[in-house]
Design a protein around this ligand. Structure first.
Ligand SMILES: C[S@@+](CC[C@H](N)C(=O)[O-])C[C@H]1O[C@@H](n2cnc3c(N)ncnc32)[C@H](O)[C@@H]1O
Length: 246
């Protein structure tokens, strides 16, 4: 586990795919990439190959353990995608909770529902745009893995703050400082991801700015952890807890 102050700067971090650019609103190209272009199979193949699916699941387990929500707690997974983490995370760790999974992509949610059915894991599955959410407020824990890179992340933090979870786990990606190019040199992407990468550009979330944005909304960073993944990148989980009012 690493403390916030030892986490290296994101100044030179590049993005998961596509050329670097900064954005203040979710761009339509990204929305289109996630809803129309990227197939569940290609997404999962890539994520497993680069070890991000496994690392994300492992950090999710760590977040659950650290936040330790009570039995029956409402736990939301926002931007849950195809639910690939369920291939790498023991479902028994999720069973005690009232689970809610959301995503913008209806096709991804179909894969997610299939996994839930196979595991006989009860959950609410909701097609939801996290930049304009219809979720009910007050979850005990909200987890968002690699979602903020794909939306206007500050708006994502505002959404979370408005939902007022007691705790919130954010998993973000960090690239090595020297990696300026969007796509890891030499990394071949499955076809639909390659197509998406040619037109849609996720933006990495600066760790320090993320912590500051949550602090401004009354959330204290209580844990930071990371896992190495392919190409010198890392996934970093940050657990925030609502600060207690005096
Ligand atoms: C990099 S994937 C991460 C998926 C999943 N959390 C995982 O770790 O495998 C980003 C996910 O965010 C979803 N997404 C993109 N924009 C969204 C939005 N505005 N609201 C909700 N989900 C969104 C995509 O459909 C995709 O499933």
């Amino acid at each position: 586990m690493r403390r916030a102050d030892t986490i290296r700067s994101y100044e030179h971090a590049s993005i998961p795919f596509g050329p670097g650019c900064s954005r203040t609103i979710m761009d339509e190209a990204l929305r289109l990439a996630w809803t129309e272009i990227i197939t569940p199979g290609d997404y999962e193949e890539h994520m497993a190959r680069v070890g991000q699916a496994q690392a994300g699941a492992d950090l999710t387990g760590h977040l659950l353990e650290t936040a330790s929500p009570c039995r029956g707690a409402r736990v939301i997974f926002a931007g849950a995608g195809t639910g690939q983490m369920l291939d790498f995370l023991d479902a028994s760790r999720l069973r005690p909770f009232r689970l809610v999974f959301t995503d913008l992509n209806a096709r991804f949610l179909k894969s997610l529902k299939r996994r839930l059915a196979q595991l006989d894991l009860p959950a609410e599955v909701i097609e939801d745009d996290f930049e304009n959410t219809a979720l009910s407020p007050g979850p005990d824990l909200l987890i968002a893995t690699l979602l903020l890179e794909n939306i206007d992340w500050r708006r994502g933090v505002e959404t979370i703050s408005a939902l007022r979870p007691a705790a919130c786990g954010i998993i973000i990606q960090e690239n090595p400082p020297e990696m300026k190019s969007a796509i890891t040199p030499g990394r071949v992407l499955p076809p639909s991801l390659a197509e998406a990468a040619s037109q849609a550009h996720p933006v990495l979330v600066p760790y320090d700015q993320l912590v500051a944005a949550f602090a401004a909304r009354g959330y204290e960073q209580v844990d930071t952890s990371s896992r190495d993944v392919a190409d010198g990148k890392r996934l970093i989980s940050v657990l925030f807890q609502e600060e207690l009012k005096p």
